[in-house]
Design a protein around this ligand. Structure first.
Ligand code: R5P
Length: 343
């Protein structure tokens, strides 16, 4: 049965109201059950709800609201002293608010004496700004990591960081999960003949290589440049894609410019058709239209962030993968493994 998550005014929500009454954390509200205690931020209540169900977690009620001036205001509405607490909050749009809410929830849990705080952040924003590409730029991913660490997060579970090496931006343990397992059956189900896997830029080559190997398909890569932020230009297709069904594999789509540019370049290089797979559907307004206009035939993504329902997009749920990882981390018996060693 669905848990009674509900929206409050503005961007906040409170859950679940009838399980534990709102009010000061007190001994009567103590999260006593062994195992996973799960609290949700405001970014993806549906995913948190599904995770709680799959993990048979004790749900810790939280409230996330905002003051009139826009400051985030959070509260953990139960006594989490000594709890093994998992806070679910992808830092999706609006990234700054989601990140801050996560940090505040971690600090609240730390202050309340949680034994261990694990941030479950299927999509970790700021990951693309992992290095200082030009003088005067910050290492934003590192700043985001420091914020969470200083707020009291003990470890973080992420799905497909932009670059696996980003792990080194953290001092706390990072559990990286790959989405291959739920994604591959979807691609195989398309039955596309003469498949080639394409990385739309050099940075995504390792991920594309993984898919190419799993699908026993040749690999191609596109030389991409960014003349300015949020603008991607595909310069050249490296590899022979003539007559092939091309599967573009990327970590995320934001403006859709990378996928659209890659699709056009591939069709221009003689590809028969183009499909796109990206893990995080961070779609800015107009992204889907941009991708569609580039004649991308099929799109598959995950619900690591709340994905808008669209008949053109197949959305693969990630809750089962995350639930297995959480169970493993919490030392519970699981069916199958979730590759918590990293990717
Ligand atoms: C870039 O390095 C990433 O891997 C993605 O290709 C990129 O962030 C996608 O963004 P957009 O959809 O705005 O081109």
């Amino acid at each position: 049965m669905a848990l009674p998550w509900r929206q409050t005014s503005r961007r906040g929500f409170v859950q679940p109201m009838q399980t534990l009454p709102a009010g000061p954390a007190r001994a009567g509200n103590r999260i006593r059950k062994p195992g996973i205690a799960l609290a949700a931020g405001d970014a993806h209540p549906r995913l948190a709800q599904e995770l709680a169900r799959l993990c048979r977690a004790t749900v810790v009620p939280t409230s996330v609201t905002a003051f009139a001036d826009g400051e985030s205001r959070v509260r953990i509405e139960a006594d989490v002293a000594e709890a093994d607490l998992y806070i679910v909050q992808p830092t999706s749009t609006p990234a700054n608010e989601r990140l801050m809410t996560l940090a505040l929830l971690a600090d609240a849990a730390r202050g309340a004496g949680a034994a261990r705080i694990t941030a479950v952040v299927p999509y970790f924003g700021y990951a693309r700004q992992d290095v200082r590409k030009r003088p005067g730029e910050p290492r934003s991913a590192r700043v985001a990591a420091r914020l969470l660490e200083s707020a009291g997060v003990d470890r973080i579970v992420v799905l497909e960081l932009h670059s696996p090496a980003l792990e080194s931006a953290f001092d706390i343990p990072v559990v990286q999960l790959a989405a291959d397992e739920p994604m591959l059956p979807v691609v195989r189900g398309w039955g596309a003949a003469d498949l080639a896997v394409v990385s739309p830029d050099a940075g995504g080559l390792k991920r594309a290589q993984r898919y190419a190997s799993a699908l026993a398909a040749p690999l191609a890569v596109i030389a991409k440049t960014r003349p300015r932020p949020d603008v991607a230009v595909a310069l050249q297709v490296l590899g022979d894609v003539r007559g092939r069904s091309c599967l573009i594999v990327d970590d995320m789509a934001s403006t859709g410019g990378t996928i659209a540019g890659a699709a056009q370049a591939l069709l221009g290089a003689g590809a028969k058709e183009v499909h796109a797979l990206f893990i995080h559907s961070v779609m800015a307004p107009g992204a889907l239209e941009r991708i569609g206009a580039a004649s991308v035939r099929r799109i598959v993504t995950t619900d690591s962030v709340p994905a808008a329902a669209d008949p053109r997009v197949e959305v693969v749920p990630v809750a089962p993968l995350l639930a297995r990882a959480l169970a493993q981390l919490a030392g519970q018996p699981t069916e199958g493994t979730a590759n918590v060693e990293g990717i």
